[in-house]
Write a protein of this length. Structure first.
Length: 157
């Protein structure tokens, strides 16, 4: 749309004396200085060029082509949902590791206390098992993270 089709919505409310024509000019001069309003029969839609530009930039930013818009939108939404699910999986694996570390720390602390009190070597097995649980949870996080990367990069767009 061209700039000449743009109309200030406040123009209709302006006093003709403020229209840019001199106050003492004849009525015809005042009307000529006012922008024309579209008639009721007109199919023109007046849109500010800044709004049109913003819509175009937004469309380009989200990669909506002018050819098959619905297909691009659907695949974009699908990609976003798959990426979000992958991110949630990584968050869950991180929470799991954090929880295992808390449990392991508690178990190791208790086992170490009892080992020092009793000198029973079986408590050293608890220390090893607690550390193994942390290592397995860290391996799980790495596996989930690599899978999430694969989902995000290999997803069809």
């Amino acid at each position: 749309m061209s700039e000449e089709n743009i109309q200030d919505p406040n123009d209709e409310m302006k006093d003709p004396a403020e229209s840019g024509a001199p106050k003492d000019a004849p009525e015809d001069a005042k009307k000529a200085a006012e922008p024309e309003s579209p008639t009721a029969d007109s199919n023109q839609v007046l849109v500010n060029s800044q709004i049109v530009d913003a819509v175009k930039q937004t469309r380009d930013a989200v990669r909506i082509g002018s050819s098959d818009t619905s297909k691009v939108i659907d695949s974009g939404i699908a990609y976003q949902k798959a990426s979000q699910a992958a991110a949630f999986a990584v968050q869950d694996a991180t929470d799991y590791l954090r929880n295992i570390m808390a449990i392991s720390s508690t178990a190791q602390g208790m086992a170490l206390k009892l080992l020092l009190e009793t000198k029973d070597p079986s408590y050293s097995q608890i220390l090893t098992q607690a550390q193994t649980a942390v290592t397995m949870a860290a391996t799980n996080l790495e596996t989930v993270g690599m899978s999430a990367i694969s989902v995000a990069t290999d997803f069809p767009r």
